[in-house]
Design a protein around this ligand. Structure first.
Ligand SMILES: *Cc1c(COP(=O)(O)O)cnc(C)c1O
Length: 413
């Protein structure tokens, strides 16, 4: 197949792409190829207008009356319900609040409260660090009653025993992009008497998720990755309705049944509201809602189909670079087990990712040697994928990565 015919094929794919019009809805500089939407989603063009409205009208003019007048007080639940439509949750099972890390704490302690007699929080050792750190903090605080246990990724199911209160797993692995079978693992954990907390940070907005179809207990995830909610956007927490009696350990007043009764004793709200803690951050929530609304306009099955097609195209065209320059595919090819990113291992991974920025390609690096390429079907084209491989080839062929400034690690990678 000649180069030109191939470029024409890709042009045809782009021309027939039902998601192509979404790119216009994001503020992305011409020429830039952004492959880091799995770390910080791009800016929806409507976010600025919406924030200006919240600031000037709702805050500036409405002042405190906006808690009711602009429906601020119900925003965490309203936005949670919208996220729930992406995740197979029922209305009233998700609240948008706090950070992912804080929600990991809330979900783990709620699950522990439902399995008091069992001491272990189990996870995989290579889980996203904050997930494991939160487990370790709970262990330290518990004075030895709770044990944080991590095992090798493939040893998780074998480690389920009578001591395990809760299993904490990330559905799509942050480095490899490998997808876990949520329904099968949840079933195995339930058979062992344990509950599961699913981290959906790399799932929501990236792959179809069916929490209730998988009989999930708790889930949490980020608002700023595929949901395009903005830097540090509020996260979300799912609790299956059967677990709404779980005790919230972060027993803040916004989780109280009657926050504005200012009662002396904590009495948690009946539903998902009990998993709120303090006053909702309205600027962050408003930006998150724009991102979620935009995602809801797209068909998730179509997003998944295109994400896999972009990944296949990328993997195919990377093969010559693997042979010549030593990249090693660190993601699975199999569609059932591949999330919305493709990762490669390379000893000079850090330098290559830095050098790619000179060529207007933003990807990211995860220590020790992983280059991550996030695939966001709402604002990437098939042409972008071919361009990326071409620019990557230039970086390798010219050794553009071999500059002194790229050998010093920055604080954020
Ligand atoms: C991005 C990510 C987080 C981030 O947690 P924050 O509290 O938002 O910083 C947590 N877990 C996983 C699996 C992630 O990918």
């Amino acid at each position: 197949m000649t180069e030109t015919i191939f470029a024409a094929d890709v042009a045809a794919l782009d021309a027939a792409d039902p998601l192509a019009p979404f790119r216009e809805r994001f503020q992305l500089r011409e020429g830039l190829i952004y492959l880091d939407g799995n770390s910080l989603g791009a800016l929806p063009k409507m976010t600025g207008d919406r924030l200006a409205e919240v600031i000037d009208t709702e805050w500036g003019e409405g002042l405190i009356t906006s808690w009711l007048g602009a429906e601020w007080s119900t925003a965490p639940r309203r936005i949670g319900d919208k996220i729930g439509r992406l995740l197979g949750a029922k209305p009233g099972e998700i609240v948008a609040a706090d950070s992912t890390s804080v929600n990991i704490f809330k979900a783990l302690t709620a699950a522990l409260s439902l399995r008091h007699e069992r001491p272990v929080i189990l996870s995989e050792a290579s889980n996203f660090p904050t997930d494991v750190y939160m487990m370790q903090g709970i262990e330290a605080f518990s004075g030895g009653r709770v044990k944080a246990v991590t095992v090798a990724p493939d040893a998780v199911l074998d480690a389920l025993n009578d001591d395990v209160a809760v299993l904490l797993l990330t559905q799509v692995h942050y480095k490899s992009g490998r997808v876990r079978d949520m329904a099968a693992i949840t079933r195995a954990a339930h058979d062992a008497g344990a509950l599961v907390v699913w981290d959906l940070s790399h799932s929501a907005g990236a792959i179809p998720v069916d929490l209730n179809g998988a009989n999930a207990d708790f889930a949490i995830g980020c608002g700023y990755k595929f949901l395009n909610g903005g830097p540090g956007a509020p996260a979300y927490l799912f609790a299956a309705s059967r677990h709404h009696a779980a005790t919230p350990v972060l027993s803040g007043w916004f989780g109280h049944a009657r926050p504005f009764a200012f009662e002396e004793d904590y009495d948690p709200a009946a539903g998902i509201e009990r998993f709120q803690c303090g006053t909702p951050p309205m600027l962050g929530l408003s930006a998150l809602e724009v991102g979620v609304d935009l995602m809801l306009e797209a068909d998730m099955a179509e997003i998944r189909r295109k994400s896999l097609a972009l990944g296949d195209l990328f993997i195919e065209h990377m093969q010559p670079l693997c042979d010549t320059y030593g990249f090693k595919l660190a993601s699975v090819r199999d569609h059932a087990e591949r999330g919305s990113q493709v990762a490669y291992a390379h000893p000079q991974g850090y330098q290559i990712v830095q050098a790619l920025k000179e060529f207007d390609v933003i990807a990211d690096f995860r220590a020790p040697d992983i280059l991550r390429f996030g695939l966001t079907p709402l604002y990437l084209s098939y042409r972008d994928i071919l361009e990326t491989v071409e620019r990557l080839e230039t970086v390798c062929a010219t050794r553009a990565w071999d500059k002194p400034q790229y050998h010093r690690r920055a604080a954020v990678t």
